[in-house]
Design a protein around this ligand. Structure first.
Ligand SMILES: Cc1cc2nc3c(=O)[nH]c(=O)nc-3n(C[C@H](O)[C@H](O)[C@H](O)COP(=O)(O)OP(=O)(O)OC[C@H]3O[C@@H](n4cnc5c(N)ncnc54)[C@H](O)[C@@H]3O)c2cc1C
Length: 303
């Protein structure tokens, strides 16, 4: 039986290369100043969705909530062969914490009617691993987190192996269901050259408008609108559209979105750089090991 898989992918700041001012005064992340990358574990979630399609048939839709620039990760998905890319973008979604993010994603996933929803275990910026489980709650579907292997999908549901820290468990649940996928689950396939050649021109409507405004000058409003519409319909004819949905189009209740819908406020983000020099040497003897353990217990690092 074919399945419709929806994969939630996130564009994240490359936290290993923080350059400009990471935070804005209102406590939200200054994403424009940070190099952006594809959240690593979302590539594993994408790979699992594509493997399900390879084995059982069906379609794969990739969705992301973010600025129009986040279309870069949707193009990476299109380069790997997904059927559809959807951007949820709206200024009123800015500053969304995990609660608001999962609410907005749930409105989009409901509109897509998925059999299987796949998320990465966690994003490398917020690092909360909360969005996947929260999204499942809002969709009122079962969730299996920390998935490391897909065993099978039958009319009795989906069976996977998940990591429980000091071992594994094999879990089965009915569909629709949500999985959060670990980086150890698979090796993401590389982009396909033919797909890249074709899909590198794929754009969402805002990207087209921004490009035309750059060429014609943004004050030429009527000319920009007319030319953007012409180019966008050409892209549509060529199947090179990245769909773009606002909060209205996913029928989201604004009180649960953005800063308004976010009880969590990110107070400060800073890079922690571990400086050398503050270390202590212990002799490689039983007494030395005992002294290390005693010190770690005293510091409440272990025990
Ligand atoms: C340093 C920092 C700390 C933060 N701390 C908190 C906090 O403690 N609590 C809080 O509520 N918010 C916090 N935030 C805000 C939080 O990052 C955002 O709400 C974010 O959209 C989702 O949380 P996350 O990055 O932890 O994602 P996670 O919950 O770790 O993401 C898990 C998975 O959900 C999916 N996903 C997440 N975001 C998106 C998206 N925008 N589009 C599509 N799929 C997505 C991906 O598949 C991802 O792998 C923090 C942000 C930063 C930068």
């Amino acid at each position: 039986m074919p399945y419709h898989c929806v994969v939630c992918v996130k564009q994240v700041p490359d936290t290993k290369n923080i350059t400009g001012e990471a935070m804005k005064d209102d406590g939200t992340v200054n994403r424009a100043a940070l190099p952006a990358i594809f959240n690593p574990e979302d590539l594993n979630a994408l790979e699992m969705a594509l493997a399900i399609r390879d084995q059982y048939g069906g379609t794969v839709t990739a969705i992301t909530m973010g600025l129009p620039k986040a279309c870069d990760v949707l193009r990476e998905c299109l380069f790997r062969g997904v059927n559809r890319g959807v951007l949820i973008t709206d200024r009123r979604a800015g500053g969304s914490d995990t609660l608001a993010t999962s609410y907005i994603l749930s409105c989009a996933v409901k509109k897509l009617q998925a059999d299987i929803v796949l998320c990465g275990r966690q994003a490398i910026d917020g690092d909360t691993a909360q969005v996947g489980p929260q999204l499942a709650e809002k969709l009122e579907i079962p969730q299996i987190s920390y998935v490391e292997e897909l065993r099978e999908i039958t009319d009795k549901g989906i069976t996977v192996k998940r990591n429980v820290g000091n071992g594994h468990e094999v879990v089965n649940c009915e569909l629709p269901a949500l999985l959060t996928v670990m980086e150890t689950a698979n090796t993401p396939r590389p982009p396909r050259v033919r797909c890249m050649m074709r899909m590198k021109k794929a754009r969402c409507s805002t990207e087209v408008e921004q490009q035309v405004a750059k060429e014609l000058g943004k004050d030429n409003k009527d000319a920009v609108t007319a030319e953007s519409a012409k180019r966008f319909s050409k892209l549509a004819d060529d199947g090179l559209i990245i769909e773009q949905w606002s909060l209205e189009e996913i029928e989201a209740d604004l009180q649960w979105c953005g800063l308004a819908g976010s009880p969590t406020k990110v107070h400060r983000v800073q890079s922690i750089v571990l400086a050398g020099g503050d270390y202590k040497e212990f002799p490689p003897t039983d007494e030395g090991v005992a002294a290390v353990v005693a010190e770690l217990i005293e510091e409440h690092t272990i025990g």
